[in-house]
Ligand binder design. Structure first.
Ligand code: CO
Ligand code: CO
Length: 309
């Protein structure tokens, strides 16, 4: 076992010979948007992301489905599965089976098997002082989908957030090929703060985070100020706040946004400074819309995030 339960990593990694390791991950989510096709492709992008977050490539996947077949038309289920299938194809893989059970609330996701050369496994535990921290998607999916459920979101903002969540981390992951990458994870349920704290804890380092450089969808700010956010944002903030030094008078909404749980969020990359420009060029060439340098890894206060405004 190369990566098991000792770090808070995204997937299991198991060596099969001298050169290669298998990556295994499973993830499934409750509906985050009303449209079943969008839900399917978001859930699939979210599941496949954990393979990219270990430095690997997906090989194939299986469906996991919970569905209330007595209360919802089966066409809804077909749309969910079609969304998943199309997203998997975009990742270059097929869904080759799966399992479903009857359940009151729909749930959908994938078991994904991937592969990685053993010398290219990237965990969240290798960050080194001096590394730049790069984030490849804007934050805001927790807050915006909460607003969506309350009917507070216009069509344009809705399309924007569906688009962000349904975007595969494939292009961002492939941009890392051949570069020296020290640590990698994807931003999901623990929010950016939580996943960054996990990376710092695993690596035994600290970080300086430039709050103003963190990409956030603009529609998020007024909602966060009006206290429209999921319960998970508050829980994440309470849980990870002891690991964060905030500048005096940091507005509550800034803390909430940085702790907002994400669905199918971007990659958080720790990369040595001499590779940074190459990485940013490649991300741009690959059409990755967001590539923000949000801070750097430090040695001063292990496991702590020093936020600077
Ligand atoms: Co993950
Ligand atoms: Co996951």
């Amino acid at each position: 076992m190369i990566v098991g339960t000792s770090t808070a990593d995204d997937a299991a990694v198991y060596r099969i010979d001298d050169q290669r390791a298998i990556i295994q991950t499973v993830d499934f989510i409750t509906p985050i948007v009303d449209d079943p096709y969008d839900y399917g492709r978001i859930a699939a992008a979210n599941s496949i992301s954990d393979v990219y977050a270990m430095g690997g490539r997906p090989l194939f996947a299986l469906n996991i489905v919970c569905f209330p077949s007595k209360n919802l038309p089966l066409d809804v289920l077909s749309q969910i599965l079609k969304g998943g299938c199309d997203k998997a194809r975009e990742a270059g893989i097929e869904i080759v089976g799966g399992h479903s059970v009857d359940d009151e609330e729909p749930k959908y996701g994938l078991v994904v098997t991937g592969v990685v050369p053993t010398d290219r496994v990237v965990t969240n535990a290798g960050a080194q002082p001096g590394d730049a921290l790069v984030l490849t998607k804007p934050l805001g999916s927790g807050i915006l989908t909460t607003a969506l459920k309350k009917g507070l979101l216009g069509d344009e903002a809705k399309e924007k957030i569906v688009d962000v969540m349904a975007t595969l981390n494939r292009a961002a992951a492939e941009a890392l090929d051949g570069l020296e990458v020290h640590a990698l994870t994807d931003i999901t349920g623990f929010g950016m703060l939580g996943h960054m704290v996990e990376m710092l804890t695993g690596s035994g380092v600290g970080a300086r985070l430039q709050a103003a450089d963190v990409p956030v969808l603009e529609e998020v700010w007024p909602l966060a100020r009006d206290a429209v956010y999921p319960g998970g944002a508050k829980r994440n903030l309470q849980r990870f706040d002891p690991s964060v030094n905030w500048p005096d008078a940091t507005p509550e909404e800034v803390k909430i946004v940085l702790a907002d749980p994400q669905t199918s969020g971007g990659l958080l990359i720790a990369i040595p400074p001499h590779e940074l420009n190459r990485l940013l060029d490649r991300l741009e060439e690959a059409g990755v819309a967001t590539a923000a340098v949000i801070g750097e890894v430090t040695s001063d206060q292990p496991q702590m995030i020093q936020v600077v405004s």
